[in-house]
Design a binder for this molecule. Structure first.
Ligand code: NAP
Length: 181
């Protein structure tokens, strides 16, 4: 079975973006020459599953497509034919729910998937499909925004693995989750 892996940054009060999607509070903390382990994390993944919200946010940045691995966009509203030609072959759009999607990806040979986007991460957590999370906390309170976490069918105990405090003030922790019994 595929395991889901999270690598995401939040404000200290737990938001992944402002309510309008703004990432200024995060991008302004960019530290040239320090990728906080992102490249090594991505190298260990077979591909990326992200929500439509994250896909549209990356597109809106207007930068070249930044992902060197296959990307699956979860959406019940985006038509696959609407994908711009430059992304065909790199990006797949699917309305599949998380578990059947993971089963299909496993049949295709995927083992480890980078799961991105707040709503999609919450769906994968609720289904017991996340094996670990690397959370990088940015030392800023933004008061409101798009949350990373939300309601769950039951408590999810986490095991702390590592924490690293960067000189810039970013604090990164890795947590492990047990597969559901
Ligand atoms: N701080 C960071 O490191 C970081 C990282 C990633 C993203 N972001 C930011 O987070 C924002 C996007 O996050 P988000 O939470 O709004 O959205 P998201 O999780 O990226 O996407 C949610 C959308 O995915 C679709 N979807 C399909 N199946 C789903 C399922 N099983 N569970 C949940 N969603 C499903 C739905 O769209 P349909 O209506 O099309 O079905 C839903 O509205 C952007 O502003 C992005 O810039 C920040």
């Amino acid at each position: 079975m595929v395991t889901g892996h999270v690598f995401i940054a939040t404000s200290l009060d737990g938001f992944i973006a402002r309510s309008d999607g703004g990432l200024d509070w995060l991008l302004s903390r960019d530290d040239p020459g320090e990728d906080h382990g992102y490249d090594a994390f991505l190298k260990g993944m077979d591909g990326i599953v992200m929500g439509r919200g994250s896909f549209e946010a990356v597109r809106a940045l207007g930068v070249p497509w930044p992902y060197p691995k296959p990307v699956v966009v979860l959406s019940r509203s985006l038509a696959p034919e609407a994908l711009p030609p430059d992304l065909r072959g790199h990006v797949e759009v699917t309305p599949e729910p998380p578990r059947p999607l993971c089963e299909r990806l496993a049949r295709q040979g995927w083992r480890r998937v980078y799961v991105d986007g707040g709503a999609v991460i919450r769906s994968f957590l609720a289904e017991g499909l996340i094996a670990d999370m690397v959370l990088t906390r940015i030392p800023v309170l933004i008061g409101q925004g798009l949350p990373l976490f939300g309601s769950l069918p039951a408590d999810l105990p986490l095991r702390h693995d590592t924490t690293h405090a960067y000189p810039s003030g970013l604090v990164q922790s890795r947590y492990l989750l047990d597969p559901p019994a």
